[in-house]
Write a protein that binds this ligand. Structure first.
Ligand code: HEC
Ligand code: HEC
Length: 147
């Protein structure tokens, strides 16, 4: 099957699912609003066994909070990633604090988080795009926060 027709089929699958309100329905915490704080690529990564989620492969993804300790999501924070080939990605966090890119992103990647002029930079290259795997309340690096 050619790449083009495969892309077409995935698009069609999503449209059909939308008709059934199963493809990222906005109000019930599915799709882009799902699982804030969880390790997204555990399901959406290349190695994940979850077939339904793997159709929505994410290159990097995570969740940003207003503070390390609280539950309040931070909306409108910019996440800037430069992948190992030098390609730049910029995505904003949504109203549950989630951000993500819906395409593969080669690792390692250089990462920073911006809010206007304020910047928080990860000094070491991120070895994976599964930001919440390290950045969680329990994880060693602590939650991602608004700069
Ligand atoms: C436990 C597994 C699991 C985790 C963890 C998970 N997802 Fe998903 N995700 C799925 C499945 C299954 C689907 C497809 C069905 C659906 O849309 O709910 C999906 C769908 C999506 C979609 C596609 C929706 C659309 O409209 O096309 C996005 C975007 C998404 N997830 C983002 C995320 C983000 C961001 C995180 C982390 C904060 C995350 N997911 C964590 C399983 C997961
Ligand atoms: C393998 C674990 C790991 C992964 C994956 C990871 N990080 Fe980090 N991150 C860390 C550690 C450890 C630090 C602190 C040391 C450093 O800056 O290198 C850090 C620091 C940061 C900082 C600076 C925080 C501050 O308060 O100064 C930001 C911003 C950041 N990471 C964003 C991200 C984003 C966005 C992703 C996903 C694209 C990500 N990280 C993926 C481990 C990780």
């Amino acid at each position: 099957m050619s790449t083009l027709s495969r892309v077409g089929l995935i698009g069609l699958g999503c449209l059909v699912a939308l008709g059934l309100a199963a493809c990222g329905s906005e109000e019930d915490g599915e799709g882009e609003l799902m699982a804030p704080g969880k390790a997204c690529l555990a399901c959406h990564g290349p190695a994940a066994g979850n077939h339904e989620a793997a159709e929505h492969a994410l290159g990097f993804a995570g969740t940003i909070y207003e503070s390390r300790a609280g539950e309040q999501p931070a909306e409108g924070v910019l996440v800037v990633v430069e992948d190992v080939t030098g390609q730049l990605f910029e995505v904003g966090s949504n109203r549950v604090g989630n951000f993500f890119v819906e395409r593969p992103v080669p690792t390692p990647m250089m990462v920073e988080v911006r809010d206007g002029d304020r910047v928080l930079r990860m000094e070491s290259p991120a070895p994976s795009g599964d930001c919440n795997a390290c950045h969680s309340a329990a994880g060693g690096a602590g939650r991602l926060t608004r700069p």
